[in-house]
Design a protein around this ligand. Structure first.
Ligand code: NAP
Length: 300
């Protein structure tokens, strides 16, 4: 029996984008300025091309300026760094994103470190990771930021809740744990060496799964009434060759135990680009010395 509230990330993200668009229009009207997002794509990876197109499309729909820079698969590290340096200097560009993965001749860490800290809308720069860890004014990685917004809307008062984050990557798990700690949750960061993972998960009022293992978290790993955020995006082959997407949570069993849960697809995924736009707006306001809007949709 389904007992959990379904967290509709698609609809929530649409409301977040609408809130962002309203603020962008306000900035234009009041200050004559328009936030600008630059996306750099190196090579021809088909999935990356789709992501970049969608990011540009959604930025324009929110009323922002969108700049796309394409470099060939054979681009040298120096060529990419020169492109980033130019965007760092360009005052009409408030946010810079270099689409990953990069061709093998280019070290992604060197590229991320070359982006101006205040334009790093992916929040991957080591200085932004450090600022988040020490509670400073950071750019926050988009996926965990999106998860936090869903939790603020659906999990009630976060302070004091016991949160388990499954997965400790730099782009999801670690920043997610830092954000939940900032919200005064009691946080456990679990990973592949964690002993008795199921038991750890069963203690969680909030469970965020970001492991990249389809259906790993079963219903009997979940505390009754817990809020479950499934970050996983795993492609499962199907006989027709089309494939389908699966989360890290076994939705069919989890939905009978959890209090609220995100589906895959349609949960966390749509929040990631919406939060990229939010970060671009935040970056623009900080760069112009204007107040950063507090946009937090509520649960429907
Ligand atoms: P990642 O870098 O591969 O990290 C996976 C983490 O899960 C690691 O910390 C790993 O532990 C842990 N792990 C792997 N197998 C495990 C197991 N059997 N038991 C316990 N822990 C295990 O992955 P990621 O980049 O964080 O992504 C995680 C998932 O989220 C993927 O499915 C990815 O596609 C998805 N994702 C979705 C979005 C979105 O927009 N919705 C954005 C980013 C990622 P160790 O550190 O010990 O190896």
């Amino acid at each position: 029996m389904v007992t959990a509230t379904l967290i509709d990330g698609k609809q929530f993200a649409a409301r977040l984008r609408a809130g962002i668009a309203t603020h962008v229009a306000q900035l234009k009207a009041d200050h004559g300025v328009t936030p600008g997002l630059a996306v750099v794509l190196v090579g021809e990876d088909p999935a990356s091309q789709i992501y970049v197109r969608n990011k540009g499309l959604q930025a324009r729909e929110a009323g922002m300026n969108s700049f796309e820079h394409r470099l060939p698969t054979t681009a040298t590290p120096a060529e990419l760094l020169a492109q980033i340096a130019e965007l760092n200097r360009n005052p009409t560009v408030n946010g810079i994103l270099v689409q990953l993965p990069l061709p093998k001749q280019i070290d992604p860490e060197a590229v991320i470190a070359a982006i101006a800290v205040d334009k790093d809308v992916d929040g991957f720069h080591p200085l932004n990771a450090g600022l988040l860890a020490v509670g400073g004014t950071a750019m926050i990685p988009c996926t965990p930021l999106g998860c936090l917004m869903l939790l603020k809307a659906y999990a009630g008062e976060l302070a004091g809740q016991r949160a388990v984050v499954l997965g400790r990557s730099n782009i999801v798990g670690k920043p997610m744990a830092a954000l939940l700690l900032r919200e005064h949750c009691t946080v456990t960061l679990a990973h592949s060496r964690t002993r008795d993972l199921a038991e750890e998960c069963r203690r969680a009022d909030i469970l965020v799964a970001a492991v990249g293992r389809p259906y790993m978290v079963k219903g009997d790993w979940i505390k009754p009434g817990a809020t479950v955020i499934d970050v996983g995006i795993n492609r499962i082959p199907t006989p027709d060759g089309k494939g389908r997407l699966a989360g890290d949570v076994d939705f069919a069993t989890a939905v009978t135990v959890a209090g609220a849960i995100t589906p895959v697809p349609g949960g966390v995924g749509p929040m990631t680009i919406a939060c990229l736009l939010l970060n671009t707006l935040t970056a623009a306001c900080r760069q112009w010395g204007l107040p950063v809007p507090d946009i937090q949709p509520v649960a429907e």
